[in-house]
Design a protein around this ligand. Structure first.
Ligand code: PLP
Length: 375
């Protein structure tokens, strides 16, 4: 049997990793400024993470959500503490798309309405509702098309106000920093406007934090920079440092009912062990502060480079926009300097490294990047 060929891949076989370094089958070392697509939050094979998972695996890997699972409550408590949203409720699932799917559905259960506002260049996942609120017609199949989604221009307050006027809006979904869309930071005033319109019209504010959340920007949720609380935050990626874990946290104003949401695998024992290992490490090693400091340093240094068109982002979620003639830079970084980075079209290099990236590794990236720009 062959694999279903949907990924354009690099011809590299990564076989092991440690911290922000990974190694291929020939033992060539690579610097991971991509975090396997913003997934590796506390570094590859972090000893505490390995031990937590190993210990749990020896005890119990899985049992269904039909029984008491104390480790879920432990995870919820720790997440409340580290995120500062202690009065929220946690629902666990397995991926970012699934988290958004549940968030959109829950919003509609809550207020009985159907329409969703999403924004240009948004990416929220590939399952049915998640892809319907994603602004990329190429990945929306005919069966995913719906009249319930209204796409608005990014950060356009007048358009937002106008869309609310018929009082049909169930929810607004927005990334605090658009990832796939090219690292666009949502203006704080715009997030505040969403909050006040959602309050006025009993709509649900969904903060997609799958990529920009979990401490990546230096705050636990990037939406926190606006000083407002969303009603639902969706999470995945960094939550399990590679173990597939997703979830939503839900404001106390939304009440649960049996059967409203559900999943077979979500919140299993191993996933919770991975989730706890991540949060414990974020807390113990002060990783929000590290993300802010090392990310701030990278942004400052990148801003000094005259060949760069624009540097966007916060903390360790950074977009470097390059002119067309430097479109080859990302490939050069990988092939010549053995540095993984992400991309966003057109010509944006995305940096999404582990939150414990060291300044020395940041400098190694900067040196290689300057070399590529000056060739
Ligand atoms: C902002 C955002 N939301 C949702 C998703 C979907 O997550 P997953 O691929 O885990 O379904 C992604 C994935 O890149 C994302 O960046």
């Amino acid at each position: 049997m062959k694999l279903f060929d949907v990924y354009p891949i690099n011809n590299i076989n990564i076989t092991r990793g440690q911290g922000s370094l990974v190694y291929d089958a020939q033992d060539t070392e690579y610097l991971d400024m991509y975090g396997g697509h913003a997934v590796i939050s506390i570094g590859h094979t972090h000893p505490h993470y390995v031990k937590r998972l190993e210990d749990q695996l020896h005890k119990l890997g899985f049992y269904s959500n039909s029984i008491e699972i104390p480790i879920q409550k432990e995870l919820a408590e720790k997440l409340g503490k580290v995120s500062g949203k202690e009065d929220y409720q946690l629902f666990l699932c397995n991926s970012g798309a699934e988290a958004n799917e549940n968030a959109l559905k829950l919003a509609s259960f809550y207020n009985g309405k159907k329409k969703v506002i999403a924004f240009s260049k948004s990416f929220h996942g590939r399952t049915s509702l998640a892809v319907a609120v994603t602004d990329n017609p190429k990945i929306v199949a005919p069966i995913n098309e719906t009249e319930n989604v209204i796409f608005l221009p990014w950060a356009d307050e007048a358009a937002l106000e106008d869309a609310f006027k018929n009082n049909e809006i169930s929810s607004v979904i927005i990334e605090g920093i658009q990832g796939v869309g090219g690292i666009q930071v949502a203006p704080e005033g715009f997030l505040q406007k969403i909050r006040s319109l959602c309050d006025q019209y009993n709509a649900v504010f969904i903060a997609d934090s799958v990529q920009c959340g979990y401490g990546r920007t230096g705050k636990f949720f990037s939406h926190d920079f606006a000083g407002v609380d969303a009603d639902i935050y969706s999470m995945a990626k960094g939550m399990g440092n590679g173990f597939p874990v997703g979830g939503i946290i839900i404001s106390p104003k939304i009440q649960p009912a049996y059967g409203m949401l559900g999943t077979t695998f979500g919140g299993n024992h191993l996933a919770c062990a991975a989730g706890l290992a991540v949060l414990e490490t974020i807390e113990q090693d002060n990783l929000l502060q590290n993300a802010a400091e090392v990310g701030g340093y990278l942004i400052k240094e990148l801003n000094k480079l005259e060949q760069v068109k624009e540097v966007r982002g916060r903390g360790l979620m950074i977009g470097i926009e390059l002119p067309e003639e430097l479109a080859h830079a990302r490939k050069e970084l990988l092939n010549k300097h053995h540095i993984f980075t992400g991309e966003a079209k057109p010509n944006v290099i995305r940096l999404l490294p582990a939150l414990n990236l060291t300044k020395a590794h940041a400098d190694r990236f900067l040196e290689a990047f300057v070399n590529v720009l000056n060739q």
